[in-house]
Ligand binder design. Structure first.
Ligand SMILES: *Cc1c(COP(=O)(O)O)cnc(C)c1O
Ligand SMILES: [Zn+2]
Length: 464
């Protein structure tokens, strides 16, 4: 199959193509990002998406069990016997009536799509299964990534589960959620903690991979994004192939939003989906490059010629003032999103919008997601906080069917959860107040009770 796939520079003034066996992942001519592209005319494509539903009956086949590879005709870069899978993509999408009320929508209009059920607890596994497959295709023995935590957890898991390659992960030395760091260590990845933040770590790992010919697993890797397209397919599948009106995602390195845009672009051009949902990408206010460039300064995809001068000027000022990303939502604490241009393209494909939300809004929304029967890590809750804002603005209306993607598992960052639910505590000071979060309106603090039956009964009576 691989002869019908190639890599192609996304820049309209360039468009250089590269073989599928190449692994530099940026254009050798102009430095832009690459896409994986297919000669769809020469590939078997289903006549309708509902054909994929039949795969459920064949779940003993690992490729049909995988929530990524059961859609393999829509990411056909690998031969079946090369595919690496560990059962990723078992996600659920359910209505969330209580959270709907919180964001201001009717009960049955808000759906939460929980990616935290993946093997390493975040949506990153959708992409890592595809990157691991490509790494195997080219015979890589060492794979690396820089990470705010979840990418490293995912890469470490694929390395330990398959023994196809060894994993080296680079993490910054600032905030990293303990759940994520513990995974990299437990899955036996070589873990390098560098001085500096994620943006520094990514720059470094790109240089290291280039120099030492190590396989790069950040979302700069276009194969990863092929796997991440399947989140869109599974959302459609869960809604019986009726596209929602909106899909809302948190925006960090912008791989997820880019992949969702590419998925719908391809579905549309293959005639498999005629109504493309609108996309909302939600930045944390403390890491809001996309918001600043797109929503404030009007930078758009512009047919593959975005205003690159304005973008590099923005980064130049960030560097000059040593402006660092800072948010309680560590998974999106990124100021230099590598997939910026692809995200601009996705915004065009999906008639998208970008908003920013404060850390206070993020943790308040997170508490509602937990109380509403899901649970997620802080970054994921940005999608719910952003939805609330868009409903208040009237951009999302009560007729709309809205899907928020919960990107990561609740237990990734228990420290932040416990801190929020204990206002006044030392942990609240350290985790919340330090990030400008002064209230916890949805806190559910533990009730401290003496070892005494009467007192306990009192508490129970108050619950009702
Ligand atoms: C990686 C990650 C994000 C950010 O996704 P991007 O594709 O980098 O924009 C958001 N939430 C969680 C939990 C993540 O792990
Ligand atoms: Zn190029």
């Amino acid at each position: 199959m691989t002869e019908f796939a190639h890599q192609k520079c996304i820049s309209a003034n360039c468009g250089t193509t590269y073989d599928i066996g190449q692994s530099h992942f940026t254009c050798g001519e102009c430095g832009s990002l690459l896409d994986v592209e297919y000669d769809w005319d020469r590939l078997p494509v289903p006549n309708s998406l509902s054909e994929f539903a039949g795969r459920w009956q064949n779940r003993s086949n690992p490729l049909d069990f995988s929530g990524v590879w059961r859609f393999r005709e829509l990411l056909p870069f690998a031969a079946a016997d090369q595919i690496v899978t560990i059962g990723e993509g078992q996600t659920v999408l359910r209505p969330a009536p209580q959270v709907a009320r919180f964001v201001g929508l009717p009960d049955q209009r808000l759906f939460l799509h929980y990616e935290g059920l993946n093997p390493s607890g975040s949506f990153k596994d959708n992409g890592m299964t595809a990157a691991a497959t490509h790494a195997r295709m080219i015979g890589a023995k060492l794979a690396a990534c820089a990470s705010t935590g979840n990418t490293s957890a995912s890469l470490a898991l694929y390395a330990s589960a398959t023994s196809l390659f060894r994993a080296v992960v680079f993490v910054g030395s600032g905030k990293i959620a303990m759940g994520k760091l513990s995974q990299a260590l437990d899955y036996a990845a070589t873990t390098i903690q560098i001085e500096g933040d994620f943006d520094d770590a990514l720059r470094l790992v790109r240089d290291v991979c280039q120099r030492e010919n190590v396989y790069l697993c950040n979302s700069l890797n276009p194969f990863r994004l092929e796997g991440q397209k399947t989140t869109a397919f599974r959302i459609l599948e869960s809604l019986d192939w009726q596209p929602p009106d909106w899909i809302i995602v948190p925006g960090g390195n912008l791989g997820n939003s880019s992949a969702i845009g590419k998925a719908f672009q391809e579905l549309k051009s293959l005639g498999l989906c005629d109504q493309v949902p609108r996309l909302a990408i939600i930045n944390a206010a403390g890491a809001n490059t996309l918001y600043e460039l797109h929503a404030r300064q009007g930078v758009v995809w512009n047919a593959g010629q975005p205003d690159r001068q304005r973008i590099s000027e923005y980064f130049r000022v960030l560097d000059e003032t040593n402006h660092r990303a800072s948010t309680v939502a560590t998974a999106i604490q990124i100021n230099r999103p590598v997939n910026l241009e692809k995200a601009l393209r996705a915004l065009e494909t999906c008639d998208g919008v970008v908003r920013q939300v404060s850390d206070q809004e993020i943790l308040d929304a997170k508490a509602q997601v937990g109380a509403g029967g899901f649970g997620c890590e802080p970054a994921s809750a940005a999608s719910v906080a952003g939805t609330r804002q868009l409903v208040a603005e009237g951009v999302i209306t009560s007729d709309d069917r809205v899907v928020c993607i919960l990107t990561g598992h609740q237990l990734k960052d228990p420290d932040t959860t416990v801190a929020y639910h204990a206002p006044g505590s030392e942990a609240f000071q350290r985790v919340c107040v330090a990030q400008g979060i002064h209230q916890a309106p949805h806190a559910n603090p533990p009730q401290i009770v003496a070892n005494n039956l009467e007192e306990i009964v009192d508490v129970l009576r108050r619950v009702g």
